[in-house]
Design a protein around this ligand. Structure first.
Ligand code: CP
Ligand code: NVA
Length: 304
């Protein structure tokens, strides 16, 4: 039976570790020029209802490296939910392609694609979740810190889609997740409750960036206004003022703490240029790992 990658919480710890290990294997193969055409002759349809740089390029190049092909379909081409229903788009695409990756606004679109498609569907970001990002980030943390167990990740900023996927991962792998947001911008209560009920990781939520950053091994930043929230940007810039990741905040973290960001980043807003471009920053390793991790997902979901 086909399986989709809509949320990290849909997968077991063993499966998540398998993805991470395969990503490392594929990264090594790529670096050593070893061919790994696990998806020869296969095609991935990529639906983008929002802009993208990393997701588009990493999936497209990843498919090419796996011996397959990726098809880019932007918002003007499909009109998903407008020109044609999500269900019909899913069924038609399943007749041409071997997999679908979708970046959407409402989460129900990617969930609906998964329900109606007979081929695997991968969530390339929704308003609710960004699972490929967090899997790639954990791969990066493991490379730098040598482990995931007991690593302390501090999320500083908006309790958004990227934050939600961190919470989902904390419900499967054991580590420490401390989240600091301005009042009213805390993560989704249900996602948080489900992860806490899983009893795997310690997850704290506070309105103090210093409290969350204290003793952390990594500080994680993301934009204060996500795609679709552009008109809130000016108000958010004020509300999020105390949540900038800077050297002062890092002074509360562990000495060898690293800086993580999903990108794109806004220097001078959620992070200073000193931190973003400084020695603690591993943001471009994260960006590279998007491709290796996604290749592992594609190979496992779409391979024979
Ligand atoms: N991090 C990330 O998803 O980047 P893009 O929006 O450029 O795809
Ligand atoms: N939270 C951001 C992540 C971008 C990769 C957004 O949804 O715009």
């Amino acid at each position: 039976m086909k399986k989709d990658f809509i949320s990290i919480a849909d997968w077991t710890k063993e499966e998540i570790v398998d993805f991470l290990n395969l990503a490392t294997d594929l990264k090594n193969k790529q670096r050593n020029g070893i061919e790994h055409h696990y998806l020869k002759g296969k095609t991935l349809a990529m639906f983008f209802m929002k802009p993208s740089m990393r997701t588009r390029v990493s999936f497209e190049v990843g498919m090419y490296q796996l011996g397959g092909h990726a098809l880019y379909l932007g918002p003007a081409e499909i009109g998903m939910g407008k020109r044609e229903s999500v269900e019909d788009v899913a069924q038609v695409t399943s007749r041409y392609c071997d997999g679908i990756m979708a970046r959407v606004f409402e989460h129900s679109y990617v969930a609906g694609l998964a329900k109606s498609a007979s081929v695997p569907v991968i969530n390339g970001l929704s308003d609710l979740l960004h699972p490929c990002q967090i899997m790639s980030d954990m791969l990066t943390v493991m490379e730098v810190k040598g482990r995931y167990e007991d690593v302390h990740i501090a999320w500083i900023g908006d309790g958004n889609n990227v934050c939600h996927s961190w919470i989902n991962l904390a419900s499967r792998l054991p580590f420490k997740l401390s989240i600091a947001t301005p009042p009213g911008y805390e993560p989704n209560a249900q996602i948080l409750a489900d992860a806490r009920n899983a009893g795997i990781s310690e997850i704290t939520v506070t309105n103090s960036a210093v409290e969350a950053a204290t003793g952390a091994d990594a500080l994680y930043g993301d934009v204060w206004a996500s795609m679709g929230q552009e008109e809130e940007k000016a108000a958010r810039l004020k509300l999020f003022e105390g949540f900038q990741i800077n050297d002062a905040l890092f002074s509360h973290a562990n000495e060898d703490a690293i800086f993580l960001h999903c990108l794109p980043a806004h220097r001078g807003e959620e992070v200073t240029a000193e931190v973003m471009d400084g020695p603690r920053s591993v943001v471009f390793d994260q960006a590279e790992n998007r491709m290796h991790l996604e290749k592992a997902l594609l190979a496992k979901l779409m391979g024979n």
